[in-house]
Design a protein around this ligand. Structure first.
Ligand SMILES: *Cc1c(COP(=O)(O)O)cnc(C)c1O
Length: 396
């Protein structure tokens, strides 16, 4: 069975095992009691396949992880307490003291923080590279390079990376590649098909899908996958059974929500593109986008997360625009049922390719509201900007 919609319904559950219940049970447990001394000893043998201790797994841990690894068509998945944890744990599982790693300059902000604030403590050096570097990444590698971290598109400015080109160079040099695939999800891009070694995804976003869970996934194959799984467990990573249950429930409707959120995003982004207030829309599925060709070549779909660059605005104009929005909540994260807006300031953050665009940048996430209502909400915002009587506010 390969059809995604069918898989999303069938994966990670076995009703006959659960007395006919459609969904796996939430078993809240730290201790798992063994009936006898022999059973206790058996449970501590490496070949034991049952449930031994709540931190390692419960019924719903196995159900959700199994569903996600089958969806990606890979061998292993470990769920951890946040998307950021999936990134830090996967990196720490692979690198050793003295290693050098290459990270895309467009990487998710907290990933950069982890690389800058934690890795140096272990003698691991980090260089940031131009996200559009492609096979020229070879020029930044040295004999200590152990890992390349990719994220495509990036989650603020949506640069599309040439993943197959980077992976080819990495493989020739025995360097591992980790990809943050939160934007693509298993439905629109499978990094393993391009040879990526480890995939991380913030299940906080589209998978759980209702803005009420934090969770990260680390997926892999073969010995490396097993090793990363094992190390995540050794480092104490786990999720509560309630959160895993909610994530698994979210997964059932992932395809439908993603489709609608994406359609709404395309409608809103196309409307924005021709507005006089808008300098640029960053959305790889738009034919005008610089990454459109790579997106067309590698991805089978897009989602409702994109960014918009406005002409420079005064503080009063920004207040007027943001503070009376009715549908777009001001906040971080995305992938829920509700629309969001988030101002972005990346000036001074990027080192490989400093951000030079002038103007006000914000990120939009289009949820499941009617796209005409979303457009109306933004249109009213633009009208409020127009009304600001302020000499610093350009007139369009
Ligand atoms: C949100 C996000 C994460 C981190 O997820 P959390 O669960 O919030 O820690 C990682 N990568 C990307 C691209 C994200 O958007």
């Amino acid at each position: 069975m390969k059809n995604i919609d069918t898989l999303l319904v069938k994966l990670g559950r076995d009703s006959l095992e659960e007395f006919g219940a459609v969904n796996p049970p939430i078993v809240r447990a730290s201790t798992i009691l063994q009936p006898t001394l022999e059973a206790w000893e058996d449970a501590n043998k490496p070949e034991f396949t049952g449930i031994k201790y709540g931190r390692k797994e419960t019924q719903v841990t196995n159900a959700f992880q199994d569903a996600m690894s089958k969806l990606y068509g890979c061998d292993s998945c470990v769920a951890v307490c946040s998307g950021v944890a999936s990134i830090s744990i996967s990196i720490l599982s692979i690198v050793s003291s003295g290693d050098h790693i290459l990270v895309t300059d467009s990487v998710f902000g907290p990933t950069r923080k982890f690389c800058d604030q934690v890795l140096p403590q272990f003698g691991i050096s980090v260089d940031y590279y131009d996200p559009l570097i492609g096979q020229d990444i070879i020029s930044l590698m040295n004999p200590d390079t152990a890992l390349i971290f990719v994220e495509s598109p990036s989650s603020l400015t949506f640069e599309m990376q040439d993943i197959p080109a980077i992976v080819t160079v990495a493989k020739e040099n025995d360097v591992k590649v980790i990809m943050d695939n939160t934007w693509g999800t298993a439905l629109h891009f499978n990094p393993f098909d391009s040879g990526v070694d480890i995939v991380v995804e913030a299940a906080t976003k589209y998978v759980s899908g209702h803005s009420d869970v934090l969770m990260g996934l680390i997926l892999g194959n073969g010995e490396l996958g097993r090793n990363v799984y094992h190390k995540a467990k050794v480092m104490g990573m786990c999720c509560s059974p309630d959160d895993l249950y909610i994530a698994l429930r979210g997964l059932r409707t992932l395809s439908l929500r993603l489709k609608q959120s994406n359609e709404n995003g395309l409608a809103v982004s196309k409307w924005l593109q021709v507005r006089p207030e808008v300098k640029k829309v960053f959305h790889p599925a738009l034919s005008s986008d610089e990454g459109h060709e790579i997106w067309l070549r590698d991805f089978s779909g897009s989602c409702g997360l994109f960014s918009v660059l406005l002409e420079p605005l005064s503080r009063a104009a920004l207040n007027a625009f943001y503070n009376d929005l009715k549908l777009f909540g001001i906040g971080a994260s995305w992938g829920g049922f509700e629309s969001l807006i988030m101002p972005i300031d990346i000036s001074g953050i990027r080192t490989a390719v400093p951000w030079v665009e002038s103007g006000h940048l914000f990120r939009l996430y289009t949820g499941l509201e009617d796209p005409l209502d979303m457009i109306r909400d933004l249109e009213r915002g633009f009208e409020r900007i127009e009304k600001i009587d302020d000499s610093h506010n350009p007139r369009f």
